[in-house]
Write a protein that binds this ligand. Sequence first.
Ligand code: FAD
Length: 489
Amino acid sequence: MKKVIVIGAGFSGLSTATQLADLGYEVEILEKNEQAGGRARVFEKDGFVFDMGPSWYWMPDIFEMYFSKFGKKPSDYYHLVRLDPSYSVILNQEEILDLPANFNELKNLFESIEKGSSAKLEEFLKQAAYKYEVGIGKFVWKPSLKIAEFLSLKLLVDAIQIDVFQSFYTHIRKFFKSEKLLKLMEFPILFLGAISQNTPALYSLMNYAEIKLGTWYPMGGMHKIVEGMVQLAKEKGVKISLNQEVLGFEYDDKKIIGVRTNKGIFIADAVVASADYHHVEQILEPNYRNYTEEYWDKRVMAPSSLLFYLGIDKKLPRLKHHNLFFDRDFGIHSDEIYTHPKWPSDPLFYVSAPSKTDPSVAPATSENLFLLIPVAPGLQDIEEEREKYYDQLIDRLEQFCGTSIKDHVVFKRSYAHKDFIKDYHAFKGNAYGLANTLKQTAILKPSLKNKKLKNLYYTGQLTVPGPGVPPSLISGLVVAQQLHSEFKS
Ligand SMILES: Cc1cc2nc3c(=O)[nH]c(=O)nc-3n(C[C@H](O)[C@H](O)[C@H](O)COP(=O)(O)OP(=O)(O)OC[C@H]3O[C@@H](n4cnc5c(N)ncnc54)[C@H](O)[C@@H]3O)c2cc1C
């Protein structure tokens, strides 16, 4: 039995490990932290259960596909509920758009904002459905090692039809004029880590996912997905070793033969690194690295985040489960993330209040809040800066909810660049990996294979297909198949 060491127990690491074990490999995951889940870890304090990272469960079909590969269903591990409204967009104190889960009600909402837009929405989503089918059905499954994978005529025709070469910004303006609707439709693109001008129109597949497939929530929290995946990995025979920080490798004849951690050396026939790509390159001998520092400095990283986990000892009116405070100028904020990186002057922010849906994540009559400001990676992260934003956000929340909040905060923890670096070795303290821009798509992403060592592979949000929980699951499966195709002969 060949032994594969997987570095990191996030979604991509768990996915690749489970697939490889199912294909007959002996698999061990080495994870530096005391808990599996990576950016989707969880912590508990005084009856509050905080998901540390992802909070949006989109593309339920990908999770179905993942578990069904191993003869299972998500419902074998966790209970999903569909959120309605899917989310709430706060345009200003008075104007709040609650996006209904029901498509006819959503069309009515669109029509009330812009006459004729419900028919446009239908047309837009028909095209987006095709993009989803081709993008998720075909493109994301390519290991993207060589251009030849994309050279079939059918795929080329598909690439043109799914608008790989047009920006989302241009595409969406062919359908809608209202600034409000444009805001709504451009929101899912933010998940890809870039502004709509730099994102291929292909990614309107995200709108299809959001509107047609719905926004879901696993009761107990997003970490229930991790618990399910860990259980499944163990059922398949994967060994998960925690508190094992990989520090370097042993080499022989252009191969890795051992993985060195803070606790010892682990013999390996192959290695899949799911830790942040840039970090893995740093712990390789310099002559075995795929890319130079200059290459990494030129990458467009997805944003980092300033996060606050708050326990509030009372219920807050007006908030829904997902709340997007789009009540400030998005142009200025996005310029401060992407073009002239600095701490934002007057940020948009997001509030997740899972206690609106799930009584198990907060004590009775309390609220569990997760506040997120997207910020540029690589900023100097200092305590005073965090506190300044905390005060701003609490003021704005107090105004919106019409009640005092600050005096009711019974638990508070902040999290930003320094924590992403300490906990995950995140390059420039990024939260969501590499942005999905046109110049960073498919073969233009960091390769999932090391070009100098025969048995080192990479997976996760810095390689194909990109950031987010569903893509990380897919990334793990794609690399496992690639490794198997090279090792089975
Ligand atoms: C705040 C936040 C909100 C998000 N919201 C959403 C959302 O709502 N929906 C969504 O789909 N996605 C969301 N994402 C993105 C999603 O969480 C990530 O894309 C996904 O979790 C990445 O998984 P991964 O396996 O690639 O990486 P990671 O989760 O980072 O896993 C890598 C693992 O490697 C380990 N590691 C690092 N270095 C070493 C080492 N030297 N030795 C051993 N182990 C090591 C790390 O500890 C980590 O466990 C969010 C992310 C963040 C941070």
